[in-house]
Ligand binder design. Structure first.
Ligand SMILES: [Zn+2]
Length: 315
């Protein structure tokens, strides 16, 4: 190269990605989903996940397989439940329903291999009455204190979500994750010894239409996912539903061979093939046995950092 010639002339800037919709100008509705398969060798060792749910059955149903896969691949993690779960499930009244759901949730966290279950206790079915900024502040604290690298939560941009606990949680997490790494937000945290720390990866799941760019193959973890969902006996579509169905049929002198011969097999089979049937549908659409779809948002700057690393030259 001639002395004094501008180095940039010989370099081609990277092609911008249009796959994420991460809120930084990368936009596209037409994306080919990445299939995320099981990885060996604990590639995520040292990373921390937060599985965040408004109610005790949300993570088990929509992301339980992915959480199990992440833990298997080296993550450690926490389950954060936002509502007090006082409005759904069996019990003699609100108090008993709350207690039973709380116990179920602790068991769910254990079966997923998570370190702890944290309860923020917002009013079930009424989270839209609560100031979102207060919810966000608590999440920023938790992301910094627990050093959370990856969040799993409802998609704040999914369509037709009608449950306020779901969309308020999603929106609170979205911006908490954005500012937890900033130096000027909640400076009192730093006086107490915390440091800015932001989750860099997000797995958003939705009940309505959403932009799916990541499909996680959970085939190897499906039976474990069933076991996690069975822990939610107070509410949710799983629990003892299979056994109850078996009993109803037996009362009419009938049986479903698919449910097997015991209450336990009935619960497991019902959960695997009916309560969680969407996992089979999503899997088959991508040539997999069972899968969970997500809108995935990864680290923002990686293309640019990689470009600088590769192309920066000595002065
Ligand atoms: Zn829910």
């Amino acid at each position: 190269m001639l002395a004094g010639a501008p180095a940039v002339a010989a370099q081609t800037p990277p092609v911008p990605r249009e796959v994420e919709n991460g809120g930084t100008g990368s936009v596209a509705y037409q994306v080919k989903p990445v299939i995320e398969r099981r990885q060996s060798g604990k590639p995520h060792r040292g990373k921390v996940l937060a599985a965040i749910q408004p109610h005790c059955d949300d993570i088990p149903i929509f992301a339980g397989g992915t959480v199990l896969k992440m833990i298997d691949e080296g993550y450690s993690g926490y389950l954060i439940t936002m509502s007090d779960d006082s409005m759904a499930g069996s019990g003699s009244g609100h108090g008993e329903v709350v207690l039973k759901n709380e116990k179920d949730t602790i068991e769910v966290a254990k079966r997923m291999g998570l370190k702890d279950a944290i309860f923020l206790n917002y009013p079930n079915h009424n989270m839209d009455a609560w100031p979102i900024i207060e919810i966000r502040a608590r999440l920023v604290f938790l992301f910094r204190a627990l050093q959370v690298d990856t969040v799993l939560v409802y998609d704040p941009s999914a369509l037709y979500e009608r449950n306020p606990d779901h969309y308020v949680t999603a929106r609170a997490v979205e911006w908490a994750a954005a500012i937890a790494g900033a130096q000027w937000d909640y400076p009192e945290h730093f006086k107490a010894g915390l440091k800015p720390h932001a989750p860099r990866e997000r797995y958003y799941f939705g009940r309505g239409p959403q932009l799916v760019n990541r499909v996680v193959d959970i085939s190897d973890f499906m039976d474990q996912k069933v076991n996690v969902n069975l822990a939610n006996v107070t509410q949710g579509p799983s629990g003892n539903t299979g056994a109850r169905l078996r009993k109803r049929l037996a009362d009419k002198k009938k049986r479903l061979p698919l449910l097997g011969d015991t209450d336990d097999s009935a619960n497991r089979q019902y959960t695997k093939y009916f309560a969680l049937s969407r996992d089979r549908v999503h899997g088959q659409a991508h040539g997999l046995q069972f899968a969970e779809p997500f809108h995935y948002i990864g680290p923002d700057e990686s293309d640019f950092d990689a470009y600088v690393e590769k192309n920066a030259v000595p002065l």
